[in-house]
Structure formats: structure tokens, C-alpha cells
Ligand binder design. Structure first.
Ligand code: PLP
Length: 460
């Protein structure tokens, strides 16, 4: 190798990150580069590109964790190589998963001695699929035993999150989504009777309706299903989609019976990565007792000398967020969760008050009784010179992500805006948002310019 070549390479090794050859050109987008590059340069360029994403700390649309303490970062790093499925190679990771299942069963009042069972998942969507499948299998057993046809299963629910539509489509189930009554934000128990029949595999109740953030009345729904059973003999189980509420209600509304205290509730799902405060990638599903999880669904794989019962849609999966979930549960404890979510609720109610004082808005949910969140509509959309979509766009100029979207059927004509308060969304941040909201409203009231087309909704 010529001397000047060696010198050039030595020079490049010490070059400023932005003076390296790789930074002189745009990053490859369609084809893998022929040669290797300096890792620091590539990382910096990718990080720079990611700056174009929205700022997660100003994302008031998401339920998901956007702040984690340094210990979580350390544990996630340590968990990088742990495969959740390899229970035999990583028995302590498996043990930690099992402890979380037991902690959640206890938190949700599984009856003593019921041997409540469950598992971690990638989120509530996978958890809903597993919970839904167990309902379907159990229903089929019942129908077969009664000598009845098993080709027309249905699932009854109110304004559910899209994961239940997916479940119904993937597993060939008719989704009977009950339309909202004119002034309702969730399913009303008296509506059930018209939709439930002997082909109903279950009813899903939502603890924290995605659209408006209040809770559906689990106990009253169970009472109505009791009454239906008394009248018709049809015994319909309840599954609770507590994606968000599962980590809020036990601390903020401890006397609300929405969980296994209600005998009709057979299974519950939650998202660890939402109000469970774990990093993205973990959810949970728990069954009241093993009889509610049909044996045929559980694979007992003999694996490297171990017996590994699993119920999951995928095989390999990172263990880090399960480990981080265990850390959060231990580190915060019950008092920590209560403190975080009582504070979040107070912040939400203060925002609700500020919004109702601004003039053009009517609160749909004021942050009392459900999730720490606020949702509102324009009081008189016809006579207001701007839409909520305009306001969403205007707030985006300051980096805030505040979604606007229509309510589900049969209230699609009502457009609403929603702000979620979660860990890290402080009163100080909300005071800054309130100032920006106020300024945006004044600007829009003063000037012309209605956004012609609504933007697609981006609620989660
Ligand atoms: C977010 C959410 C889901 C989906 O959960 P993921 O963890 O994002 O898969 C399901 N149901 C409700 C009520 C939700 O809020």
C-alpha cells in the first residue's frame, strides 16, 4: 500500500464526523452500500434524520410511554439479548414474566386459590387476540357439547379499538359493534339484550374508551348479562379490554369493581407500555382460572430439556420490556402508581377547566372518573370560523400533537379533540400548552382560513 494511502486512512480515522466521506452524500435508501462505514458517522446521520419525527414529549395523542428513567435504559440494555421464548436458556427472565402475571392477577383481585394464569404479549393487540381466541374455543366446546352448530360466532362490544376489528377478521368472527346512543361515549348496558345470542362468544367492555377516555360500566354490563341469562339461559362471558385503565383504576379508583371481583369477568388485557409505564413492546393477558384458557391453545414445547408451555402469536420476542415492567412495578409500588396517576388526573381536570373557560368548547370528558385525559368538542361548529382540524394544525406549529377525529358510529358527525396526560406530562407543560391553545384560538377567531379537508385521525 502506498505511503500516502496509509496516511489518508489515518487522517480519515480522526476526521470530524461531518467531514467523513459517508456524510458527503445522502444515506442509501434502496440498496445496501458496498462498503462498511464508520459506526459513529452512520449513527449520527440516522439520529439526525430521526429529529424530523415529532417530539414524543409533546405527543399528547399517545397512550404509550414516552419517558423512562435511566434505570430502565440500563435494564433494557441488559435485556437486549434475552429471548422471551427461550424459557430454558433464560429461566430468570421467564420467572420475572411469571411474577408480573401474579402481581397483576393480585392487583385485579383474582379470587384466592383460583390459580389465575396469563402471559406477556407484545401489547394489548396480541393480548386481545389471545383473550378472544380463548373465548371462541370455549364457546365452541359449549356448542358442540349441546349438539349445536359452531359456524356463526359473534363478539359483542361498543366503540372498541381497532385490534378487536382485526381479531374478528383474522379469526372469522362477526363483530357486533353496538352504535353509540346520541349522548353516550360508550356502550350502555341496556343495549346488550338486542345483540347477544347463543352464538356470542363474549362481550368486551373497555376500561378507558380510546375515543373519549371514560370507562364503560363493567358491573352494570355484568348485571345485564346476568338478567339475560336468567331470562334466556344464555351465559355470556365478559372480557375486559383494560389497555389503559388496568394500570390506573386499581390506584385511582380502588373501589370500582371492574376486574375479577365481578364473577362474570373471565379475562383481562392491558398494555404494559401504556399506563404500565414500561417501554414499548409489552402487554399482558390474564385469565381468572386455567379452565378459561383451553388446553388446545397452549403449546407445550419440549425445548432444550425444558417443558415450555406457551400461548403467543409469535416465537422469538425481546425480553427487555418485560424485565423493565417488573422494575417499574417494584420501583414505584402501589404508592408510586397512585401518586403518578392522582397527579395526572389533577392535571387533566385543570386542563379541562382551562378549556371550558376559553369559550368555543364543550367538554365531552373532564378527566373525572376515567383515565387522566380530557376530550372536548366545538360547542357550535356551524357558527365557529374554524374547525378542530384547523386547531390541530395550528398547535403543530409549536410542536404539540393534539389529535382531532370523529366519534365512532352512530355519532360520526361529532368531531372531538383529546389530550392524554401520562407520566412526564406535567402541570408546567400543560400550562405552556394552555397558553398556546389560547393564542391559537384567538388567531383562528380573528383570521379567515378553514382547513378544507379534515386530516386523517391519529388516535391510538
Ligand atoms: C391501545 C389500545 C389497544 C391496543 O393496544 P396496543 O398495546 O397498542 O396493541 C387496545 N384497546 C384499547 C382500549 C387501547 O387503548
Amino acid at each position: 500500500m502506498a505511503l500516502h494511502e496509509t496516511r489518508r486512512e489515518a487522517q480519515e480515522a480522526f476526521a470530524d464526523l461531518y467531514a467523513m466521506p459517508v456524510t458527503a452524500e445522502a444515506l442509501p435508501k434502496n440498496r445496501m452500500p458496498d462498503n462498511s462505514s464508520d459506526p459513529r458517522a452512520i449513527r449520527t446521520l440516522i439520529q439526525d434524520e430521526l429529529e424530523l419525527d415529532g417530539n414524543a414529549a409533546q405527543n399528547l395523542a399517545t397512550f404509550c410511554t414516552t419517558w423512562s428513567d435511566p434505570e430502565v435504559h440500563l435494564l433494557m440494555d441488559a435485556g437486549l439479548s434475552k429471548n422471551m421464548i427461550d424459557k430454558d436458556e433464560y429461566p430468570q427472565t421467564a420467572e420475572i414474566e411469571s411474577r408480573c402475571v401474579q402481581i397483576l392477577s393480585d392487583l385485579w383481585h383474582a379470587p384466592a386459590g383460583s390459580n389465575a394464569t396469563g402471559c406477556s404479549t407484545t401489547g394489548s393487540s396480541e393480548a386481545a387476540m389471545l383473550g378472544g381466541m380463548a373465548l371462541k374455543w370455549r364457546w365452541r366446546e359449549r356448542m358442540r357439547a349441546a349438539g349445536k352448530p359452531t359456524d356463526r360466532p359473534n363478539l359483542v362490544c361498543g366503540p372498541v379499538q381497532v385490534c378487536w376489528e382485526k381479531f374478528a377478521r383474522y379469526f372469522d368472527i362477526e363483530l357486533r359493534q353496538i352504535p353509540l346512543e346520541p349522548d353516550a361515549t360508550g356502550l350502555r348496558p341496556h343495549q346488550l339484550r338486542e345483540y347477544v345470542d347463543e352464538n356470542t362468544i363474549g362481550v368486551v367492555a373497555i376500561l378507558g374508551v380510546t375515543y373519549t377516555c371514560d370507562y364503560e360500566p363493567v358491573q352494570a354490563m355484568a348485571d345485564e348479562l346476568d338478567a339475560i341469562q336468567a331470562d334466556t339461559g344464555i351465559d355470556v362471558p365478559l372480557h375486559i379490554d383494560a389497555a389503559s385503565g388496568g394500570f390506573v383504576a386499581p390506584f385511582v379508583q380502588p373501589d370500582l369493581a371492574w376486574d375479577f371481583r365481578v364473577p362474570r369477568v373471565v379475562s383481562i388485557n392491558t398494555s404494559g407500555h401504556k399506563y404500565g409505564m414500561a417501554p414499548l413492546g409489552v402487554g399482558w393477558v390474564i385469565w381468572r382460572s386455567p379452565e378459561h384458557l383451553p388446553d388446545e391453545l397452549v403449546f407445550k414445547v419440549s425445548y432444550l430439556g425444558g417443558d415450555m408451555p406457551t400461548f403467543a402469536l409469535n416465537f422469538s420476542r425481546p425480553g427487555g420490556s418485560v424485565i423493565a415492567q417488573y422494575y417499574i412495578l417494584l420501583r414505584l409500588g402501589r404508592a408510586g402508581f397512585r401518586h403518578v396517576y392522582e397527579a395526572a388526573g389533577a392535571t387533566a381536570r385543570a386542563l379541562g377547566e382551562a378549556i371550558s373557560e376559553m369559550g368555543p368548547f364543550t367538554l365531552l370528558y373532564d378527566g373525572e372518573g376515567g383515565l387522566p385525559a380530557v376530550s372536548w368538542t366545538l360547542t357550535d361548529p356551524e357558527n365557529t370560523p374554524f374547525t378542530l382540524y384547523d386547531l390541530t394544525e395550528r398547535l403543530r406549529l409549536r410542536g404539540w400533537q393534539v389529535p382531532s377525529y370523529p366519534l365512532p358510529p352512530a355519532r360520526e358527525e361529532t368531531v372531538i379533540q383529546r389530550v392524554l396526560i401520562r407520566h412526564g406530562i406535567t402541570p408546567d407543560k400543560i400550562a405552556l400548552l394552555t397558553d398556546d391553545l389560547d393564542a391559537a384560538v384567538k388567531h383562528l377567531l380573528a383570521g379567515p382560513g378553514r382547513a378544507a379537508t379534515p386530516r386523517p385521525s391519529f388516535h391510538h
